[in-house]
Structure formats: structure tokens, C-alpha cells
Design a protein. Structure first.
Length: 165
């Protein structure tokens, strides 16, 4: 192998190791990346402008064009910051930041989401709630959630906060 070939190989290897896919694959949307880890696309709102995923650690960042909030079925209010981060692995999102839910009168950070067969378990640290996965097949929209233009996309089926940690 020539010196030029070795140099080229080293440069390509360095770029591959240091580039985030390390920055996500340009051909893949954040919603397709979620599906690759067995999550439905509706856990993120429409309009994600970009994302980064370090495939070696699972660390990710997703970006919205500003903060985003909406209500689901009038009972749950959600807020997404303009930057959402955490770690993703098969069926599990951990160390989440940038997503909060209003429970009674308090805003609590959602810190973990686990897919357990046909349900998603959302944890706010002190408590968790389970929801059927079919609630998340459609992405909500900032401002109006799933009831945009007064056309309800789906009914949110819930199991109330059922366990504490």
C-alpha cells in the first residue's frame, strides 16, 4: 500500500470517527432514527430542524426552531425546549433534558421514556405513567398538539401516573 493510500485511509478514518453520526446521517430524518430504536415518531413534535446522534454512545441532540408547547386532549400540557438531549438505545431514552409535562400545578421534567411492548412508560423521576404506543403514531404540532384546525387526529388513551420510584 502506498504512502498516499495510507494517508487517505487515516484521514477518512479520522473524519468518520470524529464526525457525528456522530452528526446524523443526512439521508435519515430524526423520525426515522427514532424508528430505528423502536420508538414511534410522535414522541417528538413536527418541525425538528436537525439532530445529532453519536452512534457509539447513543448521545443525541434534537433541535426545534424555538420552544414548543401544546396540550393533549386538554389534560396534559407539554413543553419542548429548542434543544432536546439525552441518550437513546433500543426501547429506551434516558437522561433526557428539554421536555417537561405539567402535572397538576407543577412542571416536571420527563427524564426517561421506556418502550415496554405496546406501551411507553414516561418517568419524571418521582413518578411514571404508561400510555399505549398507538397514541404516538402521529407527531403533534407546536401550539395545537393533535387538535389543529379543530380536527382531532386521535384520542389520547392514558393510564394515570401509576407508579412511583
Amino acid at each position: 500500500m502506498s504512502l498516499a493510500a495510507i494517508s487517505t485511509l487515516l484521514v477518512v478514518s479520522f473524519l468518520a470517527a470524529s464526525s457525528p453520526a456522530a452528526i446524523a446521517d443526512d439521508a435519515q430524518t430524526v423520525y426515522e432514527a427514532l424508528a430505528g430504536f423502536n420508538f414511534p415518531i410522535g414522541i417528538l413534535p413536527k418541525g425538528v430542524t436537525g439532530y445529532e446522534l453519536d452512534s457509539s454512545t447513543g448521545q443525541f441532540h434534537a433541535y426545534l426552531n424555538g420552544s414548543c408547547s401544546f396540550a393533549l386532549e386538554g389534560s396534559y400540557q407539554l413543553k419542548y425546549k429548542s434543544s432536546i438531549s439525552g441518550y437513546i438505545s433500543q426501547n429506551k431514552l434516558t437522561k433526557l433534558s428539554g421536555i417537561s409535562v405539567k402535572v397538576l400545578f407543577l412542571w416536571l421534567n420527563i427524564v426517561e421514556v421506556v418502550r415496554n411492548q405496546d406501551e411507553l412508560d414516561f418517568s419524571v423521576g418521582i413518578a411514571s405513567a404508561s400510555f399505549p404506543i398507538d397514541n404516538f403514531y402521529v407527531c403533534p404540532q407546536c401550539g395545537c398538539g393533535l387538535d389543529c384546525n379543530h380536527v382531532r387526529v386521535s384520542n389520547l388513551r392514558t393510564n394515570p401516573f401509576v407508579s412511583s420510584t
